[in-house]
Design a protein around this ligand. Structure first.
Ligand code: ADP
Ligand code: MG
Length: 263
């Protein structure tokens, strides 16, 4: 059974897409079977996985509108080692087209059930909003990974996300929980970042991942080559951090599964 995670934070530019594609590549590198789902109409995770979004005939949009299945719409990124259910501008229309249709929040969940046995991890890159698209992601996920920059306002936006997750947990998806907060773009030379990092640990304890992703220019350069940093420059500090994060995720899952009895 695949473990499904949303990478979410309603702020833009906090590192969601970078986290999604590099975690996908890191997991693939340590032998996990991965599907990456791009739920952002910007299609950055699609392009960042070496898939040309404008040339895609079928995308997650067709899956949400039930005009294609996941096996029909997914493509394999050979260079990255994982499968991609891509997105492009067309997805922006789904928000409106889903209004009024039945089971609109659970479309993705139902569609992913078909490929559940084929993957160890399904990672969903969410758009920077708490929209119907993000809701579809949250409805099918076992957990949410929240990338955060250790800046002064980092905690502010978190309240809305935590409340949304609580509501989805209560009404639509009993499995949903925050798996962890990931500190990204971290610069240890900046005192404020160290302070916010400590605050995060005080507030959220175990929920803060041990791995810290440093600010690293190679991670920022990689998308223009259509690759995650983990593949583009495996020796870089950023790539190494994401591979460590992949191992931490696998270990965390094993601990969680050992703690919850099988149904
Ligand atoms: P989001 O998906 O939340 O909008 P992105 O992952 O696209 O955020 O990241 C925003 C910008 O920051 C991008 O230009 C990306 O390349 C850059 N970036 C992300 N993580 C890092 C990092 N660890 N070091 C340097 N640049 C980063
Ligand atoms: Mg993004």
């Amino acid at each position: 059974m695949a473990r499904i995670f949303c990478v979410a934070n309603q702020k833009g530019g906090v590192g969601k897409t970078t986290t999604t594609v590099n975690l996908a590549a890191g997991l693939a590198k340590i032998g996990q079977r991965v599907l990456m789902v791009d739920l952002d109409p910007q299609g950055n995770a699609t392009m960042g996985s070496g898939v040309e979004k404008r040339k895609l005939e079928l995308t997650v949009y067709d899956v949400l509108l039930e005009s294609a299945t996941v096996p029909e719409a997914r493509v394999t990124s050979k260079a990255c080692g994982y499968d991609v259910l891509g997105a492009n501008r067309e997805l922006a229309g789904a928000e409106i087209e889903l209004v009024g249709v039945e089971r609109r929040e659970t479309r993705l969940k139902e569609a992913l059930a078909v490929v559940d046995g084929e993957y160890d991890f399904i990672l969903i890159d969410c758009p920077p909003s708490l929209s119907m698209l993000t809701l579809n992601g949250l409805c099918c996920a076992h957990g949410v990974i929240v990338p955060m920059q250790c800046e002064y306002f980092a905690l502010e936006g978190l309240t809305d996300l935590v409340n949304t997750i609580k509501q989805v947990h209560a009404n639509l998806n009993k499995d949903l929980q925050i798996i962890g907060l990931l500190r990204v773009m971290f610069d240890p030379r900046i005192t404020l970042q160290q302070q916010v990092s400590e605050q995060l640990k005080t507030h959220f304890g175990e929920k803060v991942f041990d791995t810290v992703i440093p600010r690293n220019v190679r991670l920022a350069e990689a998308p223009s080559y259509g690759l995650p940093g983990v593949i583009f420059d495996p020796a870089s500090k950023g790539a190494q951090a994401f591979v460590s994060f992949a191992s931490e995720m696998v270990a965390r899952m094993q601990r969680l599964e050992a703690a919850t009895p099988a149904p």
